[in-house]
Design a protein around this ligand. Sequence first.
Ligand SMILES: Cc1cc2nc3c(=O)[nH]c(=O)nc-3n(C[C@H](O)[C@H](O)[C@H](O)COP(=O)(O)OP(=O)(O)OC[C@H]3O[C@@H](n4cnc5c(N)ncnc54)[C@H](O)[C@@H]3O)c2cc1C
Length: 586
Amino acid sequence: MGSRLAAVSLPFFGLGSRSLAAASTSRVRPGDPAWPAPEKWKQLAEQVGGGLVEVRSPFAECIAAPTGAACAQFFKSAKNPYFLGDDVALTQTFGWVDAWKSSPSVYAVAARHTADVVAAVNFARENNVRLVVKGGGHSYQGTSNAADSLMVWTRRMNAITLHDAFVAQGCAASAAPVRAVSVGAGAIWAHVYDAVTTKAGGYVQGGGCMTVGVAGLIQSGGFGSFSKQYGLAAASLLEAEVVTADGEVRIANACSHPDLFWALKGGGGGSFGVVTRVTLRVHPLPEDFGAVNMTIKAASPAAFRKLVGLIVDFCAEHLVGPHWGEQIRFRPGDILRISMVFQGLTRGQAQAVWRPFMDAVDAAGDDFKVEFSPLKIVSTSAREFWAPTFIKRTLGFISRDDRPGAPPTNVFWPGDQGQAGQFLHGYSSTWLPAALLGPARRAELADALFAASRHWRVSLHLNKGLAGAPAEALAAARDTATNPAVLDAFCLAILGADEQPAYPGIAGHEPDVAAARLRRQAIGRAAGELRKRVPSAGSYVAESDYFEADWRNAFWGANYSRLVAVKDRYDPEGLFAVHHGLGSER
Ligand SMILES: Cc1cc2nc3c(=O)[nH]c(=O)nc-3n(C[C@H](O)[C@H](O)[C@H](O)COP(=O)(O)OP(=O)(O)OC[C@H]3O[C@@H](n4cnc5c(N)ncnc54)[C@H](O)[C@@H]3O)c2cc1C
């Protein structure tokens, strides 16, 4: 166990002595004499109305009987993100080689009300028990699980209420009423989209992946497919209810606890308190959403370099703006894959935008081969985008929770299923500044992408960099804790490697450690090619390398010192601590 840390100074952040509070990192564990006695747990159970759960781990059951039918069924079910989300003991990612493995808490408070969260926070603080918070369970970094801990599990706090004219508490004099939605912290985006878009014809900025949790994504900053128009999800936050380390229930908005409000907008989950409810702005919904999908294979590495140059030029000239989102991917085997979405354009307009690129591809003759249909551009009514309509299910555009009796609104994109139960091998993300798309630097960028693709596959997520976004979205993003590098970035470059559900100690399902280490090195080399061109690279806190060395600067840049001050104010003893979270260096 770690010992109580002495106060340490962080001179390079230029902070005063207020920031030097010592944090207790020494927690009691089961078996320690100070571990709370059964009567204390019983009292907590009574306080939370029976919501205290003694956590049982499916991993432990599999370790005991790896070849049994139950274990085989478990690994099959692990491909259903809703199955994972509904189990208090599980996380969407099962672990990361040499970093972490999903570890169940000892007890969890399956909270239904804010008062349950208050009881859990007070219990953890008073008994010096490790506290962990889980919502949607999608942390890649493993920050929503911790062995020997008490968990606050918000899954059941999932009420969704629409408002025609919302004014944040105490803001009547300064803010006009706006359309908004209040969401319990444990809700997932699929259910919010169902309530706001499918049922009410509005737009709320959430995550691309539908099974991500609302509170976790907002605190990450948060990007969805159409963020190039609507900005960071966090930037639409109007108000949050938060239980802070002292057990107080606070309303954070622009007029009440504005410092906490700002920190919650991108300062990272699990660091400032337990968010119990968020209220988000609802935007007008565009008429249509659409998608462009195609795969082009180059005949040789030299031809691929030419193709990379073409897509970089095309991207610079046509794709860095509010209409476009999602990914351009550079794959092994000299393959370029386009998986993009658009809004605010008709299908015909989108086809016209892509025509010059397709003409250039055609003109290259045998150098390139379009592997899927020549140009697959589809569009749908925006209101139906997230709806599990029969036709979308039949065509395989959307998948449903396949457990008997599951609600029809339990849906997810088939493309996200690969990540259910994954064991990570490596990951890296870097915001690429739009300056790299300037005419003088495009060839350098194409060289870097080509060089990176020799080591590992690279995906450029255009919706996760805000260069080209409307002024209003940029101004709102500037007023969040997210690294300001996001404002000038045309995309977030993501490189990742994983394997299908695996878990250490389960015979026949062990992660491939040797392959993982090689892949991690390859990702490092590929990311290095990009980062050479980006001094002081920024990285998205929620989608980043567990081993990111310069994480404070990478995740928050110039905002870090201001975040430390908020942490000191609301959690001076460090009750809330997560890997590479605010103040975790102490
Ligand atoms: C398959 C997959 C797809 C993803 N897609 C996207 C995407 O499209 N866009 C994007 O921006 N990000 C995406 N992410 C990253 C994701 O947004 C973050 O990991 C986010 O923090 C997950 O939130 P959660 O509630 O699901 O996860 P959790 O693991 O439950 O929580 C994440 C962190 O937030 C904390 N937290 C959760 N709830 C609360 C609360 N109520 N109060 C305080 N702290 C809390 C946890 O302690 C933890 O530290 C994706 C991740 C995965 C695994």
